[in-house]
Write a protein that binds this ligand. Structure first.
Ligand code: SAM
Length: 239
């Protein structure tokens, strides 16, 4: 991977960064995404934010090697603290868990006042981001799902608006699997949720063999509820 050709995962994130955006890529690591956007999409300004020393140095090396130091500012810090108020209008956060992405947004809410678009790629728990959007008046405007190197990734795009707008059917089901993804019924979507269901069924069977404490019963109930939501989601194509 380099800054001219992104992975399919990062290329999908890049696709949703508006032309001319002033970007902050948080958890940028190698800074491939802002470098690609500066070189190929002409974004005028980007911050590559990193909390860890090694990835921050890697970002600095790549930005210098590409001659992009005037466009991309590499900054070390936790989450959105690397952004000055009003500096950016788009934020990308990719390659972390959904709960961590949601907590980064939550801890830096005051930095979001001028941000118009969030492009987020959680490795797990996209539901944490959908819930954060609802609680913070961000509207999910699109979603993508893709498979690369045997892993399935979801990309969530948010703008300020009506947080309930995409959820015209079952809210719990939409939060779990994604209101746009359930409509699209991509083959990767079906593969992901069929595999998740099989996994939950295995856990359920293991719980059946365990002592039936209140905790076990609650876990079984949770699994049944999730399986019902996913069954409904996978049947959606018939409706
Ligand atoms: N965004 C790149 C991508 O998608 O290919 C790199 C993903 S890498 C797996 C996650 C990066 O996020 C790591 O380099 C890690 O140091 C950084 N990170 C984790 N928590 C962070 C935080 N609170 N603030 C900034 N960076 C963070």
């Amino acid at each position: 991977m380099n800054t001219d050709k992104l992975s399919a995962r990062l290329a999908t994130v890049a696709k949703y960064v508006p032309k001319g955006a002033r970007l902050a890529d948080i958890g940028s690591d190698h800074a491939y995404l802002p470098c690609f956007l500066a070189k190929n999409e002409g974004i005028p300004f980007a911050i590559a934010g990193e909390v860890a020393v090694g990835p921050c140095q890697s970002a600095e090396r790549n930005v210098l090697a590409e001659g992009l130091a005037d466009t991309i500012s590499v900054r070390m810090g936790d989450g959105l603290e690397v952004i000055q108020q009003g500096e950016v209008d788009c934020i990308t956060i990719a390659g972390m868990g959904g709960a961590l992405i949601a907590s980064i947004l939550d801890n830096g809410k005051e930095k979001l006042t001028t941000v118009k678009r969030l492009v987020l790629q959680p490795n797990i728990s996209a539901i944490s981001i959908r819930k954060w959007f609802i609680e913070n008046n961000w509207e999910l405007i699109d979603e993508e799902i893709l498979e690369e190197d045997g892993k399935i990734y979801e990309i969530l795009i948010g703008e300020r608006g009506d947080p309930y707008k995409p959820y015209n059917t079952n809210l719990d089901m939409g939060l779990l699997v994604g209101p746009f993804l359930v409509q699209k019924q991509d083959k990767t979507f079906k593969r992901k949720w069929t595999a998740e269901m099989k996994n939950w069924q295995r856990i359920y069977e293991a719980l059946e063999g365990a002592t039936q404490s209140l905790e076990t019963l609650e876990k079984k109930r949770e699994i049944i509820d999730k399986i019902k939501l996913v069954e409904e989601a996978l049947k959606h194509e018939d409706s």
